[in-house]
Design a binder for this molecule. Structure first.
Ligand SMILES: [Zn+2]
Length: 243
C-alpha cells in the first residue's frame, strides 16, 4: 500500500493512542502501514445504536496492529468483522452445572471473541482505559490476543488445571504462569496480571498480553519467563520503549 498515511489519522495517533508515543520510530512507520491494510480489509459493525466515527476505528485498528507489528499473522486473516457496542452489552448464556442442569440467563460483557470470525468490543471500555491506565487494561489487546492464541494454538496444550500436555517451552512457560496466578489468588497476593487470567489458560494469555504492552516493567519483574515468551512470540520488547 503506497498511499500516504492520512494526516487526520496521524493526529488521532498522537492525541488518542498513548502507546504510539512510546514506540520507537521504526515501529511507528510500520504501525501506520499495518493500520492502512487493517482498515481497508476489516469490516466494522455498529451494534446497540452506536455510531462509529473514523476516530474510533483508527483507535481500535492502532491497538490491534500493535500486536502484529513484527509478525503480521496475515493481518488477522479470517477475521471478518469487528462488532462495536457503545457500552457493556448483554448476551444470552446457557450454563450447565455439575448435574447437567442448564440455566438460561443473561450476562454483561465488555467484549468477546468468536472463533476467528468476529470480535466484539464495548467502546466505553476501550475509551475508559486509554488514558490514566495504571491497571494495564486494554480490551483491544485482550480480544485480539485471543485471536492470535487461537490461530497459533499457544494455550491449546494446557489443561484447565494448568498442566502442560505438550512439551515445548512456550507451553511450559504459559502453564507455569497460569498455575502461579492461581496460587497467588489463593494466597491473597497481588499480581501485575489481571486476576481474571486465572479463569483459564486462554484468559491468562490475554491478560498477560495486556500487561506485556501496558506495564512491561512490572510483568518482567514478576514473571521474567512469561515476559520472555511474549517477547519471542510478538517479537517486541516493550521494556525498551519510552515511558
Ligand atoms: Zn478473554
Amino acid at each position: 500500500m503506497n498511499q500516504p498515511f492520512p494526516d487526520r489519522w496521524l493526529q488521532i495517533l498522537e492525541s488518542s493512542v498513548p502507546v504510539y508515543k512510546r514506540l520507537p520510530h521504526y515501529h511507528r512507520e510500520t504501525l501506520q502501514k499495518r493500520m492502512q491494510i487493517f482498515l481497508s480489509e476489516k469490516m466494522f459493525e455498529e451494534c446497540g445504536g452506536i455510531t462509529l466515527t473514523e476516530k474510533m476505528k483508527v483507535i481500535i485498528a492502532a491497538h490491534a496492529c500493535v500486536l502484529i507489528l513484527v509478525e503480521t499473522a496475515d493481518y488477522y486473516a479470517d477475521l471478518q468483522s469487528v462488532l462495536v457496542y457503545p457500552d457493556d452489552y448483554v448476551a444470552p448464556v446457557n450454563e450447565m452445572d455439575e448435574n447437567g442442569v442448564v440455566t438460561e440467563g443473561l450476562e454483561h460483557r465488555k467484549g468477546e471473541y468468536w472463533n476467528m470470525g468476529n470480535i466484539v468490543l464495548s467502546w466505553a471500555d476501550i475509551d475508559r482505559n486509554l488514558y490514566d491506565n495504571p491497571d494495564g487494561h486494554n480490551l483491544v489487546y485482550h480480544e485480539f490476543s485471543h485471536f492470535l492464541d487461537d490461530r497459533y494454538g499457544l494455550t491449546a496444550g494446557i489443561d484447565i488445571n494448568g498442566m502442560p500436555q505438550r512439551d515445548d517451552e512456550w507451553t511450559h512457560v504459559l502453564a507455569k504462569a497460569f498455575r502461579r496466578l492461581r496460587q497467588k489468588i489463593s494466597e491473597n497476593r497481588r499480581s501485575s496480571l489481571d486476576l481474571y487470567g486465572a479463569e483459564s489458560p486462554q484468559e491468562l494469555f490475554s491478560v498477560a498480553t495486556e500487561a506485556f504492552i501496558e506495564k512491561p516493567g512490572a510483568l518482567h519483574t514478576e514473571m521474567p519467563d512469561l515476559y520472555k515468551m511474549l517477547q519471542e512470540f510478538y517479537q517486541l520488547d516493550p521494556l525498551r520503549w519510552r515511558g
